[in-house]
Design a protein around this ligand. Structure first.
Ligand SMILES: Nc1nc2c(ncn2[C@@H]2O[C@H](COP(=O)(O)OP(=O)(O)OP(=O)(O)O)[C@@H](O)[C@H]2O)c(=O)[nH]1
Ligand SMILES: [Mg+2]
Ligand SMILES: [Zn+2]
Length: 300
C-alpha cells in the first residue's frame, strides 16, 4: 500500500493540465486535483496525497489569507495569486511609463489590503535627462507615501534595496509585458525564468511569461511570484467608494462633503474638489480617478 497520508504543500504554478506543488521537504510534485477543490492559484497552501514518487492529488485548499484579482478578457474576475503581502508594480521607460496603469494597480492593491511598491526598472536605458523626468513623475507617488525603487536588472543596480523590501514577505511582481519582471527575478535569484524580447514594431512586450510562478528568496525568508504582463488592468466589480478609497490621499476628505451622496463632480461644498483646487490633492491623480470612474460606466 502506498503512503497516502495527507501532506501540506504550496502551489508553485497552476497549469491547465496539472498543478506544480512543493512539499515541506522542497520536493516538486505534479498534482491532479479532486473536483471539489475548485480553482487553484499560485501561492495556495494545499493538502495533497502522494500517488507515486513525484505525483499526487490535491484534496483541499487552506483558507487564503489574501488574493490579487484581475478581470480576464471576458471581464470575468480571476485570481492571479494568493497569500501575498506586497505588490511590486514594475514599470520602465520602455514600454512607456503609464500612470493610469499604476493607479489601477494601486487601487486594486489597496482594496485587497496589500502593500504596493513601485519599481522603475531599466534605468540603464535612460539618459540623465530621462531619469530626472521619470523621478519627477514618480515623486508624486513618494509624496503620497509609496516607496519607489530604481533598478536595472541588466546592470544589477538597485537589487539590494529591492531585496530588503522583498525579504520576510510574500511578494508578487506585476506590470506591463516587457518591463523586466522575469529579468529582475533572474538577477535577484540567479534563476532562469523565461525572458523575452520587446517587439521592434510596437515597442511592447511579447507576453513571455504565461503562467504565474512562485520563487523563493535564497537565504532570506521570502517569496516572489512572477506574473504574466498585461496591456491594461481593468477594475471591474469595484464600487465608486472603493475606487476613492484606493486613492489613499483622498482618505482624509472622504465623508466630509456637504451632500452625503456627493459625486465629487461639481457639487457645492465638495471637500475633494476643494482639496484639488488647493493643490492638496494632485490634479493628475484626480483626473486619473475621474477616468477610472468614467471607465466603470462604459463597461457596465
Ligand atoms: N536594458 C535593459 N533591458 C532589460 C532590463 N530588464 C529587462 N530587460 C529586457 O527587457 C525585455 C523583457 O524582459 P522580461 O523580463 O521578459 O519582461 P517581463 O516583464 O517579464 O515580460 P512578460 O513576461 O511578457 O510580462 C528582455 O529583452 C530583457 O532582456 C534592464 O534592466 N535593462
Ligand atoms: Mg516575464
Ligand atoms: Zn464631494
Amino acid at each position: 500500500m502506498n503512503d497516502i497520508k495527507a501532506q501540506q504543500g504550496i502551489v508553485i504554478a497552476a497549469y491547465r493540465r496539472y498543478t506544480l506543488v512543493k512539499d515541506n521537504t522542497d520536493q516538486f510534485i505534479q498534482c491532479q486535483q479532486r473536483k471539489s477543490v475548485g480553482q487553484l492559484v499560485c501561492g495556495d497552501n494545499v493538502i495533497w496525497q502522494a500517488e507515486s514518487e513525484n505525483s499526487g492529488v490535491i484534496t483541499a485548499i487552506e483558507e487564503r489569507r489574501s488574493i490579487l484579482q484581475r478581470p480576464d478578457i471576458n471581464n470575468k474576475l480571476r485570481i492571479i495569486a494568493s497569500n501575498i503581502d506586497q505588490v511590486f508594480i514594475v514599470v520602465a521607460n520602455k514600454p512607456a511609463l503609464n500612470e493610469g496603469l499604476i493607479d489601477r494597480y494601486l487601487v486594486a492593491a489597496e482594496n485587497s489590503h496589500l502593500t504596493p511598491i513601485i519599481v522603475l526598472n531599466k534605468t540603464d536605458l535612460c539618459s540623465q535627462q530621462e531619469i530626472t523626468e521619470l523621478k519627477k513623475r514618480l515623486k508624486l507617488y513618494q509624496d503620497i507615501g509609496y516607496t519607489v525603487i530604481y533598478t536595472s536588472a541588466k546592470q544589477e543596480h538597485g537589487l539590494d534595496s529591492l531585496k530588503n523590501h522583498l525579504k520576510n514577505n510574500n511578494n508578487i511582481f506585476v506590470g506591463q509585458s516587457g518591463v523586466g519582471k522575469s529579468s529582475l527575478i533572474n538577477s535577484l535569484l540567479k534563476s532562469d525564468a523565461r525572458v523575452g524580447e520587446i517587439s521592434q514594431a510596437t515597442g511592447k512586450g511579447k507576453h513571455t511569461t504565461t503562467t504565474a510562478y512562485l520563487y523563493f528568496l535564497d537565504n532570506d525568508k521570502g517569496q516572489i511570484i512572477d506574473s504574466p504582463g498585461v496591456r491594461e488592468f481593468g477594475l471591474v466589480k469595484l464600487s465608486e467608494p472603493e475606487i476613492a478609497n484606493g486613492f489613499i490621499e483622498f482618505k482624509p476628505y472622504l465623508g466630509y462633503c456637504k451632500f452625503r451622496n456627493c459625486a465629487h463632480k461639481n457639487e457645492p461644498g465638495c471637500v475633494l474638489l476643494n482639496a484639488v483646487d488647493e493643490n492638496k490633492i494632485s490634479k493628475k491623480r484626480w483626473d486619473s480617478y475621474q477616468r477610472i470612474i468614467a471607465s466603470l460606466t462604459e463597461t457596465r
